[in-house]
Write a protein that binds this ligand. Structure first.
Ligand code: FAD
Length: 285
């Protein structure tokens, strides 16, 4: 079913097809960001299975000499069981990643997990410098979180935020989120370290390019598989460093639901793909 239904946004159930997409990306000058789908597990066996998946992905990235990174969700790595188990699980992934020189991003989930995610990041980044964390411009707390991370030279991926949150936690409506994103972006440029601009929003991408000229910095863009691939190609063709987030695995539904929440017509596109058994990305090369 996944082979056909969610194929526009999700590589497929198995690592192999995700690696094929990374290879395609690399040929076009784009790096891949592999995410093994899964979240909110309370089962230690599932946590161990996720660790094993990431270790295999790292080994394959190395063996095939791919330009690829990983992105992990902490509730997949045991955060619902305990912070300690989650820290140990992520450490296992990071040990392997460090050996293979593969960068790892922490995805940020709903705001309930923001504080523990930041704590785990701060603890582990001291040992593993190939680690970055995502921050959500939609949340009112993010400016303070970003200031703290910048003080400690953290590596940040900035997104708008994909989770449903209580109104009082938000900076405001869509326009205000964009303004806040712009403000946070400026701080990132001022900070001078590495960071990723993870949005498909033309206005913000233009602002990031303008800021990069002002600060004489190289912006790094990240986009999601199946979303605005023309934009992704244009950015890569213009010489910017671009990454594509490539999820794979069987637990596709929560991820797919977030993509539909962002854009309702994605449900129709997935249905069309299902019946036509076609994936536009395959025509890119
Ligand atoms: P929008 O205003 O939503 O969109 C801008 C433009 O892109 C519009 O034209 C819109 O039509 C188009 N577009 C946006 N989304 C879609 C879509 N799904 N399908 C088709 N067109 C679309 N969120 C988190 O909360 N935590 C994370 O850890 C996280 N990691 C991410 C990692 C990467 C690499 C990226 C790119 C996004 C990540 N997100 C994450 C999702 C992010 O928070 C937004 O929900 C998502 O990127 C859509 O917001 P936008 O900034 O693209 O702006």
């Amino acid at each position: 079913m996944l082979d056909r239904f969610g194929r526009r946004f999700i590589a497929g159930p198995a690592l192999e097809r995700a690696l094929v997409l990374v290879r395609e990306d690399n040929l076009l000058g784009v790096y891949g960001i592999l995410n093994y789908l899964g979240e909110h597990t309370k089962d230690v066996k599932e946590v161990d299975a996720a660790i094993a998946q990431y270790v295999e992905a790292i080994q394959e990235i190395k063996r095939r000499q791919l330009d690829a990174q990983l992105s992990v969700k902490l509730t997949q790595l045991g955060l619902l069981i305990s912070e300690e188990i989650c820290t140990k699980s992520l450490s296992k992934v990071l040990q392997e990643a460090q050996k293979a020189n593969v960068f790892v991003w922490i995805d940020i989930e709903s705001s309930v997990y923001t504080t523990p995610s930041l704590v785990i990041y701060s603890n582990l980044v001291q040992q593993y410098n190939g680690l970055g964390i995502t921050l959500q411009a939609m949340l009112a707390r993010t400016e303070v979180d970003l200031n703290n991370l910048l003080l400690n030279k953290g590596t940040v991926r900035l997104v708008k935020g994909a989770y449903k949150e209580k109104k009082e936690l938000l900076v405001g409506d869509r326009g205000v989120v964009r303004e806040n994103y712009r403000k946070l972006l400026q701080k990132l440029f001022e900070g001078g370290g590495r960071f990723a601009v993870a949005t498909h929003d033309d206005i913000l991408i233009q602002q990031a390019i303008a800021l990069s000229e002002e600060y004489e910095a190289e912006p790094e863009f990240q986009l999601l598989l199946g979303v605005r691939e023309g934009l992704q190609m244009r950015l890569a063709a213009d010489g910017y460093r671009v990454g594509e987030y490539i999820p794979y695995g069987r637990q596709w539904f929560p991820y797919f639901r977030r993509r539909v929440r962002e854009k309702k017509t994605n449900a129709l596109l997935a249905l069309k793909d299902f019946f036509m058994y076609r994936h536009e990305r395959l025509t890119r090369l």
